[in-house]
Design a protein around this ligand. Structure first.
Ligand code: OFO
Length: 172
């Protein structure tokens, strides 16, 4: 059984994961109509991954005797100056998500809810991976510069990265 405090913190995280999925969906749509099919494919896939992160949390809350009530979402941004801006915003957003996961972990740990703390380890590791992947992509942007050829190759590389990872947790 999870406490009301931990349940409510997990519900806020569910809302953030769903919002992340929308943000990346909006970015994918922008990439698609602005000549970046690889980046669009990558972001559609990433949007699906965020949905899996959300579903995993919903199932956890319900499984532990809570009730994952869905929350309101905000309208995502849909205008960007460049592909670089899209990816800079993604990294910023992921850093914000990492902070939120860390706070969630702290809430569960302080409440002596060690089962939830252990469950959240998967998310902590996922954030490390995601931040490092997006930093790597931004490094490639620096190498590509603003040249059309460079961006074309980067778009192809993003296409190759578009493989959805299942949100499986060995601890479950
Ligand atoms: Fe972008 O990762 Fe969810 O948590």
């Amino acid at each position: 059984m999870i406490s009301k405090k931990v349940e409510s913190a997990l519900i806020s995280q569910i809302q953030l994961e769903e919002q992340s999925s929308r943000i990346y969906m909006a970015m994918a749509s922008w990439c698609e109509v602005n000549g970046f099919p690889g980046a669009a494919n990558f972001l559609y896939t990433h949007s699906d991954e965020e949905r899996l992160h959300m579903t995993k949390l919903i199932k956890y809350v319900n499984d532990k005797g809570g009730y994952a009530v869905m929350q309101t979402l905000e309208m995502p941004e849909s205008k960007f100056e460049s592909l670089l801006e899209v990816f800079e915003k993604i990294l910023k957003h992921e850093e914000f998500i990492t902070e939120s996961i860390n706070q969630l972990f702290e809430t569960a740990f302080k409440a002596k809810d060690f089962t939830t703390s252990q469950f959240l380890q998967w998310y902590i590791e996922e954030q490390i991976e995601e931040e490092s992947m997006f930093k790597g992509i931004l490094d490639k942007f620096r190498l590509a510069g603003n040249q059309t050829g460079g961006l074309f190759h980067l778009d192809k590389e993003l296409d190759a990265l578009a493989v959805a990872k299942p949100a499986t947790n060995p601890a479950q």
